[in-house]
Design a protein around this ligand. Structure first.
Ligand SMILES: [Mg+2]
Length: 260
């Protein structure tokens, strides 16, 4: 879908007009030309020619600058200038409603979707499910933690809806999305029902086997090692697990302070 408003390139220039005003010509194809700029008589031939070359190169310069910003955007003064120049050239700078900018954003998403789908994994407890109400079962000294009661109360969890929305949008836009949870399989029925009620029931879900007490970071590392396709991005909350993902080169967005 080509949203470009200006005449497509290549542009070229050729001599002055007959009245010697120094017109700069756009040539779409031989025999079809019209003036796009006019220079006064007193401009030297050297300057006229330099201006003409610059104008004729404009669509290619714009195209190249947009490509550079698209693949290597940085928060620097130089890239601020580049974005401002693109906005001036495309009219986005005079677009008070931001329609042009939104159009570019949509085009960016379309480009991203046409390249490669991402594999994104979401943790459940503390990431998609808000479980503060049952933390007291495990925030106890070692030996007094009541994991069974902790898991059993999972059907009363709230929804971290902002994170759930990201999962739903990524899934709906063609990405591979899965939920990997250290939650015990002994509450699989409650978990499945909770996921369904919260619009996540269609997303593949994996949890620990009943009776398995492997620490979360070791359990999830073993799942990672089983994968033929490594996740591109993980959403998780527990710091020890987040550290494991990062040590294994997986980008991880930590959604809460999971220092437990
Ligand atoms: Mg968690």
């Amino acid at each position: 879908m080509n949203k470009t408003k200006h005449t497509s390139s290549p542009w070229s220039w050729h001599g002055r007009s007959e009245d010697h005003n120094g017109s700069v010509y756009y040539l779409k194809r031989p025999g079809h030309a019209y003036a796009v700029a006019m220079q006064p008589r007193y401009v030297s031939a050297e300057q006229w020619e330099a201006d003409a070359r610059l104008i004729a190169a404009a669509p290619d310069l714009l195209d190249a600058l947009q490509a550079v910003v698209r693949i290597a955007d940085r928060k620097t003064v130089e890239f601020d200038k580049a974005r401002a120049a693109i906005a001036r050239a495309t009219g986005a700078a005079n677009d008070p409603d931001g329609q042009e900018l939104r159009q570019h954003a949509v085009m960016g998403i379309e480009r991203a979707m046409s390249t490669r789908a991402m594999f994104v994994v979401f943790d459940l407890d503390g990431t998609l499910a808000i479980n503060d109400h049952r933390q007291h079962f495990v925030q106890r000294p070692v030996g007094q933690k009541d994991w069974r009661s902790f898991f059993a109360a999972c059907d009363k969890d709230g929804l971290f809806w902002q994170i759930a929305r990201i999962a739903q949008v990524l899934d709906a836009t063609g990405n591979r999305v899965e939920i990997w949870s250290g939650r015990s399989g002994e509450v699989i029925d409650k978990t499945t029902a909770w996921l369904a009620v919260n619009g996540l029931g269609h997303i593949p879900f994996r949890c620990r086997d009943e009776g398995d007490h492997t620490p979360d970071h070791e359990l999830k590392k073993s799942w990672l090692e089983e994968c033929s396709q490594k996740p591109d991005l993980i959403f998780d909350d527990r710091s020890s697990v987040v550290a494991m993902w990062r040590e294994n080169g997986i980008a991880c967005a930590q959604v809460a302070d999971g220092n437990f």
